[in-house]
Write a protein that binds this ligand. Sequence first.
Ligand SMILES: *Cc1c(COP(=O)(O)O)cnc(C)c1O
Length: 362
Amino acid sequence: MERYPMLEMNLNILYDNTKVVTDLCNKNGINVAGIIKGFGGIPDGAKEMIKGGCTQIGSSRIEQLKDLKEMGIDIPLLLVRIPMESEIEDVIKYSDISLISEKGTLILLNAEAKKQNKVYKIILMYDLGDLREGVFTKEELLDLALYVENKLDNIELYGVGSNLSCYGSVAPTTKNLSELAFAAEKIEEKIDRKLNIVSGGGTTTLPLLVTGGVPNKINHLRLGESINNTQDLPLYWNCNIEGLNPDIFVLKAQIVEQNEKPTHPIGELMVNAFGEHAQYEDRGIRKRAIVALGNQDVGDCFKLIPKDKNIKVVGASSDHTILDIEDCVNQYKLGDIIEFNVLYQAMLFASLSKYVYKKLIK
Ligand SMILES: *Cc1c(COP(=O)(O)O)cnc(C)c1O
């Protein structure tokens, strides 16, 4: 008997989506680092992304890259979270390139690379206004680039990059990416050679690529979501790319209670399971189901999209999710399985949870 909740991951669709995105990028002179952190770094997923044309695989978590390195995957591995001091040894051992914004970190990496007898590649991050990681001014960026180039024997200045619409919700535009391109050219003048990588961001840069607004100098993107969670593109960025299939992940949960109840709680209202003062709309008595799946598994139940469009997610505690099934044509009963598509947060939580069974479809 199948166990639930279950996250199905369709590797064929993952491959197809990767191919669509890498073809589009390659046509525009851009290589793709396939980012695997959104699905917990599942190695079979990484392998499909390599087959689909990614030239690097990246994650924010060195543990996920370590798994790939130890499996003998021989494509460059990119750490996309700026490294912490406590992981420097692993960073040098299990990744080939990382994104960097601090001189102090560079010094540690250089010493560790020397110890491990390696030359380690880095991409300097330039903050274009989103205010997450990155060197803030062009002057500082130039200084740091020259410092790496001239002073750190075991570090190779491999490129520059930027990150947008993560903290500050700042959209990638031709204007801000041109500043990255300009900074890259300035560095190249100073070091008298070309940089290998000018990395123009993640999925949020893809809509700009589709409309032709990414400057030519940008030759690298770090893409996860636009490959593995493609419903976000039309939903958040009004961007439709032909051939992308949103059904890589399907989360399945089992009905453990099915009945009719009022829609407004009865009694004196305090806070819910998460200490929040929730709002409840009184819609009378309605048919509903509880599935054995909760915010512990998905982060936020409202990041679930029921495949049956007549099902409405009403709310959830850690282990139970309540669904309104009044308008469904299908007569759901105890023990039935409900299927959901997952938005990014739910994909992230479900793929990492040991309480969610995984099934790879190929
Ligand atoms: C997560 C991450 C990415 C990839 O983001 P997606 O939205 O999954 O494409 C790229 N760059 C950095 C620095 C990241 O942390």
